[in-house]
Design a protein around this ligand. Sequence first.
Ligand SMILES: [Zn+2]
Length: 326
Amino acid sequence: MSVNKDIYLRAKAEIDRRRDEVQMSAFERREECKRRFPEIAESYKIMADTACECVKAMALGGKENAQAFIDEISKKNLQAQQVIADTLKKAGLPEDYLKEKYFCDLCNDSGFVDGKMCNCLKNTMKQLTYNSLCDKVPLEKYLFDKLSLEYYPDEVNEDGIIPRKRMKNFFEYCVNYADDFNLKSDNLLMTGETGLGKTHLSLAIAGQAAKKGYSVVYGSAQNLLSSLENEKFGRSTAGAEQAMHECDLLIIDDLGAEFSTQFTVSAVYNIINTRLMMSKPTIISTNMSLYEIEEKYSQRIASRILGNYILMEFVGKDVRVQRKKQ
Ligand SMILES: [Zn+2]
């Protein structure tokens, strides 16, 4: 795994902040109990004294009665702990009331176990990588119920299609898709002119999948591809490629709008192909037809899509333009 230093530092800072918070609140609970229960305050004092004496005893090392001395100290210490436990019990407080309640029991929120990165730190890094890739979109603006079908013509068009009827089908399909979203969900290719709801539906799916706890990477083809390019040339966002390959749902918006180079063409193939091999769902929206995809990228990309994606051809008139006219 290539580790991005910036992501690592931010993840570590997050874990440290969590641990500090946990320790602070445990400290506050102890101080509160010391004030409320003099026997607890006294016990803490005894425990602190015994710790000091223990250090002294170590210094006396070789002395004959050192062991007896240490035994005596630990007896005092255990007694003090018992007094605390009894007092908490009498007061009806849980026995671990004064202990730190760490988020991660494996590493006690240190981020490391036996010198190796703990899963909690790895997951935080993953999450930060996903977030850094996701274009900043206010997902709450793109809920299913905010999409109105009234802007789609209700008459048969020149191709014999009723746009509103088709859109209603797509809408219901996407609602179900989002409800049932899982790692076996279909790949979708949404084609059609700008302003027909492709981005809206894919973001509504993204929001719901993320709410269910799936990792989602969403971005315009332009932004995702430049993250890959920056990573490749060591400029930033290491982990971008891995995140795009491994996230539970990848949404590439507006494929084809990016500036096309040899790099972008092979990167697009690489993403599509890797996700198919890993059986991870991908949603692509584009203004291009399959024919144009073949022209712009390659025949192999077009055929990978044709064979493995559900094609959704959006029709109608630009909804945003109609809204503005009103
Ligand atoms: Zn951990």
